[in-house]
Design a protein around this ligand. Structure first.
Ligand code: GTP
Ligand code: MG
Length: 578
């Protein structure tokens, strides 16, 4: 029923969009001629054009609309029904993040309805300059009041205080509309550009992201998960503009969020000038595609965010190989979809730190070749690693590995214990490459102490697989010191996640010692409660420390000494350095 009416003759051909069926030839001609009208660029609409629109509407009983460009020319003419006028499809024509579309919509409406939700949605989704509605006087067919609205650019800081996405202009009759449209739209675009610039100039070219979560369970769980996602995002060095959580009965299989929420997300993204959406979930390739098509934004999920952080941190050759391997494995099923546009958005990752556009253009077969090639290299390095390990084991020095959730304080503990300067920071996955240090215990026993990559809940499988070689290092340990951030409200869940990964890596048979770190940040009551919980859940004793205070570490050293001594039948205490 909806089709484009094409009219020829008079030396020009152009389109009328919408519901033209049943209109008389003469009416069509008059509608068609609206294309030749011009208004002054400063005017929202001229009284003449307003009158022509309302008169034809009155006569045909249909809403008539025009899209006017910044020069004041009519670019599109639409015919609707009595109730609604549809906007033309702009296809995938993208608009720069600092601009509106350069077209304002003015359409007629019967009765005394003002701007409807549909109007505002069109305004936002199509990124129009302005949406105006002219009321048709039911008696005379002359224009009545004109109602207009535009989007309001905003910043992350101001978002909380402002409740509205739109600004409404004072309604007026066409001859009395005194808004200087050109000045208005210029100032809005300048504001948008300024917002982006100020947020960007603090740190050059950081991605501006909105974090999104959807849950069918408790909101509080989703919020905690979101807090972790935010930490991950900050560790990935992006600017977090906003967080959106939707709780619904069922996750939409196609777009995760419901359509209303998706629309809200799109409007938010536009107003804030976001470049990237990060989902607190693992998305299927099809979901990534649907969401990025609906929002016209780059979309990544939690595993990809983690992969991105790893890619940023990888320093050693082995680390880099492992991350690249993990990224390719993650992308392979997505390559299978053969969706190049979605893929390049997906694969770009943060700041385009994916495996690179050119690699993505390689088809699946080449990706597989690359994967098996990388696997070989990683295996080689792993063999060399094993050789080195053997020579160390031969020296009969006990090995202790620090394991634990990311950011628990493993590297800090290693540094304090061995007066080293391993990179430790309030960022997740600060450590990627394992480090070993020697340490002499008070009981005159020398040990080797390993710092390892941190764990996280739902660690992407491809990463676990890729880092298997590095993590195998842990398997020679005589003791795993499980470092826990006792000040994190999620401490118990984090212990659980770490245990789960240790289990998956078949490292659960090695003796473990739980160390509650960062006790300087919590009170005694909370600490005791945590200790009791661990004793109850895990049947394990724990040692409380604060890795930044060397003095708090002696109970830990004593405990390690005891454990090492008990199993010392295994070692011949050599006393010589490794
Ligand atoms: N207040 C306090 N902060 C600590 C303590 N131990 C570590 N931190 C801080 O916690 C943050 C993370 O420490 P790291 O040592 O990098 O943690 P990690 O376990 O090595 O983390 P990843 O390498 O990312 O897995 C840093 O900002 C440390 O300064 C502590 O006992 N008390
Ligand atoms: Mg570390």
């Amino acid at each position: 029923m909806w089709y484009n009416y094409r009219i020829g003759g008079f030396g020009f051909i152009s389109n009328i969009y919408g519901f033209t069926q049943g209109l008389k030839h003469n009416q069509l001609k008059r509608i068609e001629r609206l294309h030749t009208r011009r208004v002054a660029p400063e005017q929202i609409i001229s009284p003449e054009l307003a009158r022509q629109l309302t008169e034809i509407s009155h006569e045909t009983g249909r809403q008539i609309g025009v899209l006017i460009n910044r020069k004041g020319q009519v670019e599109y003419v639409m015919v609707g029904t009595a109730k609604r006028v549809e906007m033309p499809d702009f296809g995938r024509a993208r608009v720069s993040l600092d601009r509106f579309r350069g077209l304002r919509c003015i359409h007629t409406r019967f009765l005394s309805e003002k701007l409807t939700q549909d109007d505002l949605t069109d305004l936002a989704l199509l990124r129009l300059d302005l949406m105006s509605v002219i009321q048709v006087d039911a008696e005379t067919g002359l224009p009545n009041l004109v109602y207009s609205a535009h989007l309001l650019p905003t910043t992350a800081e101001k978002l909380e205080a402002e409740s509205d996405n739109y600004e409404f202009l004072e309604p007026n009759i066409p001859s009395q509309l005194d808004t200087n449209f050109l000045a208005l739209i210029n100032s809005l675009e300048n504001e948008m550009a300024r917002n982006r610039l100020t947020a960007r100039s603090r740190q050059t070219n950081r991605d501006r992201v909105i974090l999104v979560g959807a849950t069918t369970k408790y909101l509080s769980d989703a919020e905690e998960s979101m807090a972790e996602l935010e930490e991950l995002a900050l560790s990935a060095d992006v600017v977090v503009l906003d967080k959106i959580i939707q709780r619904r009965g069922k996750i939409d299989p196609k777009t995760v969020l419901g359509s209303g929420k998706l629309e809200e997300l799109l409007i938010r993204a536009m107003r804030l000038g976001a470049d990237l959406i990060v989902f607190d979930a693992e998305l299927s390739p099809a979901q990534v595609r649907s969401i990025s098509e609906a929002t016209e934004l780059k979309v990544i999920d939690r595993p990809q965010l983690i992969l991105d952080i790893f890619a940023q941190r990888a320093q050693s050759r082995e680390g880099k190989l492992q991350v690249e391997l993990a990224q390719l494995k993650y992308l392979l099923p997505r390559l299978a979809q053969g969706q190049n546009s979605a893929l390049s958005r997906l694969a770009g990752g943060i700041g385009g730190r994916g495996p690179g556009e050119s690699k993505l253009e390689t088809d699946r077969r080449r990706a597989r070749d690359k994967i098996s090639n990388l696997e070989k290299q990683v295996d080689n390095l792993s063999r060399q690693r094993q050789e080195r390990r053997k020579s160390r084991i031969n020296k009969n020095v006990p090995i202790i590995s620090l394991v634990g959730y990311t950011n628990a304080g493993k590297s800090t503990l290693l540094n304090t214990l061995t007066q080293s300067k391993v990179y430790a920071e309030k960022k997740m996955f600060a450590t990627l490459d394992p480090t070993s240090r020697r340490l002499r215990l008070p009981i005159e026993q020398e040990i080797i102490i390993n710092d390892t990559v941190g764990f996280i809940r739902d660690l992407p499988e491809t990463l676990v697989a890729a880092f298997r070689a590095t993590l195998e290092e842990i398997s020679d340990s005589d003791l795993l010191v499980h470092v826990v951030d006792a000040a994190n409200p999620q401490a118990l869940q984090q212990i659980e996640s770490v245990d789960k990964i240790l289990h998956e890596l078949e490292l659960n048979n090695i003796p473990r010692l739980i160390v509650l770190n960062k006790t300087d940040l919590i009170d005694d009551v909370s600490l005791q409660a945590l200790e009791r919980n661990i004793l109850f859940d895990k049947d394990l004793e724990s040692v409380a420390i604060s890795a930044i205070h060397p003095k708090s570490l002696s109970p830990l050293l004593d405990k390690i000494g005891e454990i090492v001594k008990v199993s010392s039948s295994k070692f011949q205490v050599s006393g010589q350095s490794v």
